[in-house]
Design a protein around this ligand. Structure first.
Ligand code: ARG
Length: 462
């Protein structure tokens, strides 16, 4: 006879290899707090509904509290042969409270139980992601504020394009991360919905009150269809997508950190805390944190595809494949949390080198658009102005100087529309300062962005 909680109809016990292959305790023990909170809410509801007595409910709740203490103190006897977090906790509960422990599972199946636990877990972690994302937004804002007057080459095709303020560049990431936080918050509203009461797949005959459980657990609502409730994991997919997009944003900044820190660019120095050396080349200071973060982004994407693939072939309702859902989420959760907080640290520790950025502006002819626009204001059609400016670039390149270093005579040899006032137009600070259109790189636009972002942090920030 099998000694499993489900062993009634079994004559032989499970082979050890099968036990090891099918267990989930090695990863779902991470959900113990949610499992216990869910069981306490279920017990209280059973008591209030008269399915069990009020005293029985109290005994179960006290016992569950003791189980929680044992887990947190490290004395809980986790057992692989008890398969998963649910059966480990219920078995220990019954040892503590006696026979009444066997009543906890009334009107419940592990199918709705595991889904409840997982929904609570994903929701709790999403809240943490949101908090960390907002902290990182604050750090991008701080570094932007400090560097409002610093200019660097803005690139397209990774080629120097137009001058922008460093504040504008950093705030671009703050806006991406703001959307990430909003996406996570929106997702969390669909995640934190209770499936408890769906039981195995068809609902139960007991007079349960799913809304009472949902309310006690601070959830936004309950399931509408018992089969949907136990079978879908779209809530986890959404969360994995949110994590993937956020990691993608971090990864793009990592890429920039990596080349900005290259001495050939020299735009930044990373703090010693966030770089490592080479075992053979003494001069090296490597941006390993940024590289590993860029690499871990692949894991986050992989985890999303992992669960998408698990889900695609599963007929209704619960199938054991679903047990595999927690592994990718737990991995992405760790990756997202650690990456967000490390990115904030790393950004705080960056020393910017404005003079190196300034040098790169002149070398890249980043005021060529300004020259074309200047000629347009003098009455030349844009296409022709573009051409004249291009010839000026070729001339400056030949002479190994910037556009602003060409003499008025040289410039006038290309177009007599050019006057002394061209040098104001060619000034990089002027070029940036003139771009105060909404969302532009000009200082007033940057100030407005900071203000709007601050308001969001205050209003949305409970
Ligand atoms: N460990 C299982 C999981 O994570 C719990 C649900 C088991 N349900 C069942 N019918 N065997 O999905």
């Amino acid at each position: 006879m099998s000694d499993k909680p489900w062993g009634g109809r079994f004559k032989e016990s499970t082979s050890l290899a099968v036990e090891a292959y099918t267990e989930s305790i090695s990863f779902d023990s991470a959900l113990y707090a949610q499992d216990i909170a869910g069981s306490k809410a279920h017990a209280r509801m059973l008591g209030r509904q008269g399915v069990i007595s009020a005293e029985e409910a109290d005994r179960l709740i006290e016992g569950l509290d003791q189980v929680k203490r044992e887990i947190e103190e490290g004395s809980f006897p986790w057992k692989q042969e008890l398969e998963d977090v649910h059966m480990n906790i219920e078995t220990r509960l019954t040892q503590i409270v006696g026979e009444v422990g066997k009543k906890l599972h009334t009107g419940r199946s592990r199918n709705d139980q595991v889904c409840l636990d997982f929904r609570l877990f994903v929701s709790d972690q999403l809240r943490e992601w949101i908090r960390l994302t907002r902290d990182l937004v604050r750090m991008f804002m701080r570094r932007a504020e400090e560097n409002r007057a610093v200019l660097l080459p803005g690139c397209t095709h990774m080629q120097p394009a137009q001058p922008v303020s460093l504040a504008q560049h950093l705030l671009a990431y703050a806006w991406m991360l703001k959307r990430d936080a909003e996406r996570m918050a929106d997702c969390e509203r669909r995640v934190r919905v209770s499936p408890l009461g769906a039981a195995a797949l068809a609902g139960t005959t007991y007079a349960l009150n799913p809304a009472m459980v949902a309310e006690e657990l601070g959830m936004y609502g309950t399931f509408d269809n018992s089969m949907d409730a136990v079978a879908d994991r779209d809530f986890a997919l959404e969360a994995l997508f949110c994590g993937s997009v956020c990691m993608g944003h971090l990864s793009r900044f990592c890429e920039e950190i990596i080349w900005w820190a290259n001495p050939l660019f020299g735009y930044i120095t990373l703090s010693d805390k966030h770089s490592t050396g080479s075992s053979i080349m003494p001069q090296k200071k490597n941006p390993d944190v940024a590289e590993i973060m860029r690499g871990k982004t692949g894991r986050a994407y992989g985890n999303l595809v992992n669960l998408m693939t698990i889900m695609k072939g599963i007929p209704l309702t619960y199938n054991r494949d679903l047990q595999e859902d927690k592994i990718p989420f737990i991995d992405t959760d760790k990756t997202v949390r650690h990456s967000l907080s490390l990115m904030a640290d790393m950004l705080e520790g960056i020393t910017f080198h404005p003079e190196r950025m300034r040098k790169a502006l002149a070398a890249g002819f980043l005021n060529a658009t300004e020259l074309a626009d200047y000629l347009v204001t003098k009455g030349l059609p844009f296409r022709e102005a573009h051409h004249v400016s291009g010839r000026a670039v070729a001339m400056a390149e030949d002479k190994g100087v910037g556009l602003e270093d060409l003499t008025l005579e040289e410039l006038r040899s290309l177009s007599t529309l050019i006057d002394e006032d061209v040098y104001t137009a060619l000034d990089y600070d002027t070029a940036v300062a003139r771009r105060n259109v909404p969302g532009g790189t000009g200082p007033e636009s940057v100030a407005r962005q900071l203000e709007k972002m601050r308001r969001w942090l205050e209003e949305d920030g409970k």
